[in-house]
Design a protein around this ligand. Structure first.
Ligand SMILES: C[S@@+](CC[C@H](N)C(=O)[O-])C[C@H]1O[C@@H](n2cnc3c(N)ncnc32)[C@H](O)[C@@H]1O
Length: 231
């Protein structure tokens, strides 16, 4: 049987639960603290007029935060689920910010190769089976300009019996297949396999449902010293 899928796992595992996503995440995880850390890390030394993509953007909380913190950047979001995109659009409109929100699957993104300075993602990769992580990471790599950066916040390696046990409810909701790489600490090798360099875990935070890890990786290449733009 192929380990590739042609659809997406919704935000809380089941479509009927999607409308509760924001509330559940806000109440059960240090959501804003972690998304702010991710945004700070991703936006460091961002070139002027940069393009930033939020992969698996969901209800747009991170997408909006990125735009609020880097108003001069062109911020896009991609998600497979039209329901969460509608929520994200309404949020952006209420906040008075313009986001380029698209519906599509992460392994066939509707964007030009080499057109982003940052690809950022939170709580998304654990929705993908290994083969889907591989083809998504290959696309993320190609969407970045040389020297562009990938920044990921997601469930990380369980380093104790307690954090391993705490992660079980996430696995029941989102599936054991897609979540296994995360809890076994296999995201970093998958980033490397996709061609990323300087791959590192930059932080960890234990939560009620296991460990959240923050990662950074770079598409090899360099920024132009004259323009500050990645080429
Ligand atoms: C847990 S939610 C995270 C949403 C948001 N990034 C956040 O941090 O709140 C995961 C999101 O990934 C989307 N998703 C899952 N698989 C996908 C795929 N292959 N392509 C695009 N979106 C996908 C789901 O629709 C869902 O909105």
């Amino acid at each position: 049987m192929s380990a590739k899928t042609e659809t997406y796992v919704p935000a809380l595992g089941l479509p009927a639960l999607t409308r509760f996503y924001d509330l559940v995440v806000r109440l059960t995880l240090p959501e804003f603290e972690q998304k702010k850390r991710l945004a700070d890390q991703a936006l460091r030394e961002l070139p002027a007029g940069a393009r930033v993509l939020d992969l698996g953007s969901g209800t747009g909380t991170l997408t909006l935060l990125l735009k609020q913190r880097a108003p001069g950047a062109d911020v896009a979001g991609l998600d497979g689920d039209p329901e969460v995109i509608a929520v994200a659009r309404a949020k952006a409109q209420r906040a008075g910010f313009e986001l380029d929100l698209r519906q599509g699957l992460s392994w066939e993104p509707p964007f030009e190769e080499g057109s982003f300075d940052r690809v950022v993602s939170s709580l998304f990769f654990h929705h993908l089976r290994t083969e889907d992580k591989r083809r998504t990471l290959a696309k993320a790599h190609d969407l970045l300009r040389p020297g562009g950066e990938l920044h990921v916040l997601d469930w990380g390696e369980a380093r104790s019996a307690l954090t391993r046990l705490a992660f079980l409810p996430v696995q029941v909701l989102d599936g054991f297949g897609p979540t296994r790489d995360n809890v076994r600490g296999r995201l970093l090798p998958l980033f490397e396999e996709a061609g990323f360099a300087s791959v590192e875990e930059t932080g960890r935070r234990n939560t009620l449902f296991g460990t959240l890890s923050l990662y950074r990786a770079v598409r090899p290449g360099s920024a132009s010293p004259c323009t500050g733009r990645f080429e």
